[in-house]
Design a protein around this ligand. Structure first.
Ligand code: ATP
Length: 271
């Protein structure tokens, strides 16, 4: 896929830093994600990836710096305000409601992102009924799109982990995002679930939603991302296309390791 570096910026981080008392978790990180791309943020454990995504989506305040979604400054906004700028996310650890069915989880996801909040919804019965009908239809469409229609009435605990992950992704689509943040979407998936998830991610991208993702699985990263930013100890050490990143000696030393390089060489000679 083309990396679209000349395109319009959809997410911009300007000199973003996060300090937890003495520890610098994210250190002067700048990044420019272009629209119509899948942009990956990678790095070793503890490099600061989750902290970065938590700041971008409003779960953590920045210590320094600024973040923009297109031309809107989103640093300083809370998570709900940022969600209303057409950003949506999934989490490293699933956050599904265990006592609700798959479809109820989708509808609840939309409820928490509602523009007027939850309380007016409770008192405005006429509009609430209309809105519930629309949400119902939308949930059905998304479940169909994601291949989850047959599981609409199922409870998450009764489903394989891969389907639970897909349910979380489906719920994140209920708010009509333009930009989707995925925090380790392939973690815990078996190889066939991983293939299914990647295919669905690409389908979501093809539907017009740009994707920013954190992921440790290099097959996933190298196969689907257009552009990669690599961080180590909170600071950016490289950014480029997947082809260039996997050849970058600094990235190999800090993260990918010599074993990855040898596997790549073996793969190339077997091709
Ligand atoms: N709330 C917190 N308070 C103090 N330190 C924190 C907090 N959250 C994260 N850290 C520290 O900040 C650093 C970056 O952590 P972070 O979870 O962002 O890394 P990561 O790259 O997402 O790691 P992983 O790949 O293991 O998920 C780590 O040293 C971590 O211990």
């Amino acid at each position: 896929m083309a990396d679209n570096r000349e395109g319009k910026s959809i997410l911009t981080l300007n000199h973003v830093t996060k300090r937890f008392s003495g520890l610098v978790a994210v250190n002067d990180l700048s990044l420019d994600m272009k629209e119509r791309t899948i942009h990956a943020l990678i790095g070793p454990n503890g490099a600061g990836k989750s902290t970065a995504i938590n700041m971008i989506t409003g779960l953590l305040p920045l210590t320094e710096g600024e973040i923009y979604h297109e031309d809107t400054k989103i640093s300083g906004m809370n998570a709900h305000q940022i969600a209303r700028t057409s950003c949506s996310r999934t989490f490293q650890n699933l956050k599904l409601y265990r006592s609700m069915t798959v479809k109820e989880n989708l509808m609840m996801g939309n409820m928490t992102d509602r523009k007027q909040g939850f309380v007016p919804f409770l008192f405005d019965i006429k509009n609430a009924n209309k809105e519930e009908k629309l949400m119902n239809e939308k949930a059905d469409q998304i479940l169909e799109f994601m291949g989850l229609k047959d599981l609409a009435g199922e409870y998450p605990a009764n489903m394989p982990y891969g389907k639970q992950k897909l349910t979380e992704l489906a719920r994140s689509l209920m708010s009509d995002p333009r930009l989707l943040f995925l925090d380790e979407p392939a973690a815990g998936l078996n190889p066939s679930e991983r293939v299914e998830f990647v295919n669905i991610m690409l389908k979501v991208f093809d539907s017009g939603i740009d994707i920013f993702l954190i992921e440790h699985n290099m097959d996933v990263i190298m196969n689907i991302s257009n552009y990669i930013t690599v961080i180590n100890f909170g600071a950016k050490i490289a950014e480029s296309t997947p082809e260039e990143i996997q050849q970058d000696p600094v990235v190999i030393k800090a993260y990918l390791g010599d074993r990855y390089k040898q596997n790549m060489a073996r793969g190339a000679s077997n091709a």
